[in-house]
Design a protein around this ligand. Sequence first.
Ligand code: ZN
Length: 280
Amino acid sequence: MKYIDTHAHMNFVIYDDDRSQIIEKTRNDDVIVINVGTQQDTSKLAVEMADQHDHLYAIIGLHPIHTVSYFHNQDEVGKGGDEFTSRAEIFGTDFYRKLAQSSDRIVGIGECGLDYYRNTPETKSAQEKAFRAQIELALELDLPLMLHVRPSEGSMDAYKDVLDILNKYRDKGNLRGQAHFFAGTPEIAQQFIDLGFYISFTGVITFASMYEKLVKCIPMDRILSETDAPYVTPHPYRGQRNEPSHVRKVLGKIARIKKIDENDMAQQVMENAKKLYRLV
Ligand SMILES: [Zn+2]
């Protein structure tokens, strides 16, 4: 396989009608996919899919927005997603530990972290509790973390808080993982890299020029490609539902920004992903 989408959600209901075709398409397009859970049922489905297809892997965990119940409107969800009401799930370490031990296709814990789109004391404390429990489980099971970090508008607040929390665990085990959909500064990226994390970019880099400087300064051995499908569809497919096969567009854009041959870039990103997630 040539390409890897390190963060997608083919486990979401939006693919219920054509999931097997989309999975087949990724295989034909030479794309390995890591499907990421956001709560118990999407985590379970990601594992089932990975158990059935040898080019799929799973990451299991609880997304910060699912720690408190809220209606998430179109503005928040963005194009490609449906509005939904999140359930308030409390991170059940026993459930996720058992699930993690049920299959060797599970390569990480998450997506977890802090989402300050709604920045209230109630959401903050629920999110931090779930995040810390997932860091602890990842260290116990020696698995990487898939991080979701969304600061409040015009701020880097959630990045600062995530780094503060991660720093408390830096000497407690083999802390490592991926900062998914990275939208921080080069300095913040460096702090994640120093803590053992890889930095990944979505299709947003194909249409938003503000990411060029950032992509340029991420070291070659710490960069990853992802789609975050069904969200942030890359150019020239904008307006359609995103799918992991489009990771080729993301990879192509990373290669152009870094002025590196696309095949070499694909090989480097695959090596990075294999190293972080111990893919076989
Ligand atoms: Zn995601």
